[in-house]
Design a protein around this ligand. Structure first.
Ligand code: IDP
Ligand code: MG
Length: 141
């Protein structure tokens, strides 16, 4: 294996709930390196590019609204197999199904909303990671 990079987002609910430190602690104590970190409110261009694969799905309008509702934190993390490793730390998409011990399993829950709020995003493949790093950190992509 060679070192990989992944794009992590601390979604607006993570920032709003004051969970940045707790989530970054899990990433760092797992042993991954943080290469870049930036907080800002996403533009609609960034969000439509980032979530292009979900365009047309019933939850898509709610997803873009949720992700643009406040500041988020974009992170590039690096390490052996970090793409799968961070997704393992994050847990299942639905926080009710996410295992205890995971970020979503421990820190998130379901609400009566059209979109699942689940605190974090992590790239799902090397192709996605390269594409997403280019969206959020164009100067580093
Ligand atoms: P992932 O974040 O675990 O990779 P994706 O399937 O890529 O999950 O979906 C992107 C985001 O869209 C999820 O993190 C969640 O916020 C939201 N989402 C995904 N599936 C649903 C759904 O069935 N209903 C509502 N929201 C969803
Ligand atoms: Mg995904």
């Amino acid at each position: 294996m060679t070192a990989q990079r992944t794009l992590v987002l601390l979604k607006p609910d993570a920032v709003q709930r004051g969970l940045r430190g707790e989530i970054i602690r899990r990433l760092e104590t797992k042993g991954y390196e943080i290469l870049a970190l930036a907080q800002r409110t996403a533009t609609s261009e960034e969000l439509t590019a980032h979530y292009a694969e979900h365009e047309g799905k019933p939850f898509y309008p709610g997803l873009v609204e949720y992700m643009g509702a406040g500041p988020l934190v974009a992170i590039i993390a690096e390490g052996e197999s970090v793409i799968a490793g961070f997704r393992s730390l994050a847990g299942a998409t639905n926080p009710t199904e996410a295992m205890p011990g995971t970020i979503r399993g421990d820190l998130a829950r379901e609400w009566d909303l059209p979109v699942i709020q689940n605190l974090v995003h992590g790239s799902d493949s090397e192709e996605s990671a390269a594409r997403e790093i280019g969206i959020w950190f164009p100067e580093l992509g």
